[in-house]
Design a binder for this molecule. Structure first.
Ligand SMILES: [Zn+2]
Length: 215
């Protein structure tokens, strides 16, 4: 995957609010113009595909330009490359520095409803697309982020890469790839026939050995 090389904390507005490292910016543009359906049902590809277009599991990712600081921050959306980088390297989604393991594990901040839905069946585990967060940034986000109306902080002693979220595409009669109108989540290696028609945009992590955390 491409390196983003961006670490300085970007700020926004007259109050110079910190913009999370993983947040998307309006000037970062998607580009799937070269997305094609390979012949004989071989799945999706880009006509000029580069190695960084696929992740370590071989799944194709949506292209999005990397230009943090351009346009306006889109606080409610995450940039696919920085989101994946933060998940894989356990970087704080706000400051972009290593999130550091606490005594209980790595901290994950989410909306209460989002996590409890996942935690319903097994209270000590869940799934999230929100990268980890360091304690000072968690305190900051709870105080400042307008999208976190009902925040909860969970510590996971063993967060594991589970799969991707994104969407399926199907080939049309021109061998073009057209989106199947529904976002979805796909676990790695469970559905190889489906996986080759999937365009990923976020990495999903399975949080195990979870406990509520105070920040
Ligand atoms: Zn941080």
């Amino acid at each position: 995957m491409p390196e983003t090389h961006v670490r300085p904390q970007l700020v926004w507005g007259p109050k110079k609010l910190p913009v999370p490292f993983a947040a998307a910016w309006s000037g970062e543009e998607p580009d799937i113009s070269r997305l094609i359906a390979r012949p004989f049902g071989a799945g999706l590809a880009y006509s000029d595909e580069q190695p960084e277009d696929r992740d370590e599991q071989g799944v194709l990712w949506a292209r999005l330009s990397i230009a943090p600081g351009s346009g306006r921050p889109v606080f409610e959306a995450m940039h696919s490359v920085r989101q994946r980088e933060a998940m894989l390297h356990r970087l704080c989604q706000v400051c972009g520095k290593p999130a550091e393991r606490t005594e209980q594990g790595w901290l994950f901040l989410s909306q209460y409803t989002e996590l409890t839905r996942a935690l319903q069946d097994s209270p000590d585990q869940g799934f999230t697309s929100k990268p980890p967060i360091c304690p000072p940034c968690a305190r900051l986000a709870v105080r400042l982020c307008p999208h976190l109306t009902d925040p909860v902080v969970i510590a996971s002693a063993n967060p594991r890469v589970w799969g991707v979220s994104g969407g399926f595409y199907v080939p049309n009669h021109d061998s073009k790839a057209v989106p199947y109108p529904k976002d979805d989540n796909l676990p790695y290696h469970q559905h190889p026939d489906a996986e080759r028609w999937f365009l990923a945009s976020q990495l999903i992590v399975h949080l195990t050995r979870c406990t509520p955390a105070a920040i």
